[in-house]
Design a protein around this ligand. Sequence first.
Ligand code: ADP
Ligand code: MG
Length: 378
Amino acid sequence: MSRIEEKFLETFGEEPDLVAAAPGRVNLIGEHIDYSDGFVLPFAIKDRTLVAARKRSDSTVRIASAQRRNKVVTVDINQVKPGLKGEWERYALGVLWSLGVKDGVDLMIDGHVPLGAGLSSSAALECSVATAMNHLFDLGFNLEELARLTQKAENQYVGVPCGIMDQSVSLMATQGSALLLDCRDLSTKNIPFDVASSGLELLIIDTQAHHALTDGGYAERRASCESAVAKLGITSLRELTIEKLQESSALLTETEFIRVRHAVTEMKRVLDCVDALSASDFEKVGQLINQSHASLRDDYTVSCPELDTAVDAALAAGALGSRMVGGGFGGSAIALIQASKTTETIKAIEKAFSQKGFKAPRFFTSLPSQGAELLSRR
Ligand code: ADP
Ligand code: MG
């Protein structure tokens, strides 16, 4: 029996019907543009969240997480609606709600994606539960539908206005590739991203910084993009080019202009990065990653001293490229480095953090991994 099956048995007294898993993600490039109908280029990391599930014959939902001391939360499925108070379990209950589950179920969660590190443990949790429910109740949703429904759970049930990227990549990623995702229609293309055979490594640096601003800051950035869209009379920033933006600059406030400039230039960088990857031109990939960071720091202003320190130290230690990833104001940065320089780069970043009196960062490396899957079924 696997660890999660044992935990399920210990907690609920029976064996689960099935076990599903979904990974966290890192976005190589294309930051803060999923909600502007842009392109993004994330990949799934090896760390994932497992869920074991069992059907019940009544309307009770019981749910526990190994990361929450296995404490069981019990609720009637008929009460599972937005507005129901709760804590972490809302991420899972929101998925039951958005998928239209009407029956009772027992759920045991065991997550290996670091929580709140910008690696999207929230999407890993939602997508593992969605995958489990889709199989357990034969719901028949395809991956695009599951992406929309898990996003709906986070937006409307948990109340976090996230875009569609995290859930899409957690569900649709394939091993050895980054996922080019068109956030307008959710069409995808696997882009081979073979860092290992080029002697490279992707270092993930969790700064462990969480600046309180996060939620308000994210909403404010989205609002700027939305007001710019309205003023420019377009349906999304996807329609804009940098030339058109410059011609219409008088219509926008200075803040709207620089926010939109980030979005428009970042969309182009994603497509340039796909070309660079196709040509295995990792120098170019590194430059694009650096430009992305500069744009997020200076135009979108979502970086913070810890993220900038990580990026600068990685580059000083010889990284090909480095940038903040995720929402910003803390969380993680990535660095594309020579695999042989991993230890040296980690030491350089640790030193820069201690010199500035920052809490020590955590480091992870990950090759592009597989998306959500059913692991076992009785
Ligand atoms: P991120 O998605 O970057 O990790 P979020 O703040 O969006 O950060 O999501 C983290 C939250 O998701 C946690 O605070 C918790 O509520 C919930 N969560 C994620 N994974 C688990 C888990 N394995 N067990 C319990 N809660 C989890
Ligand atoms: Mg999240």
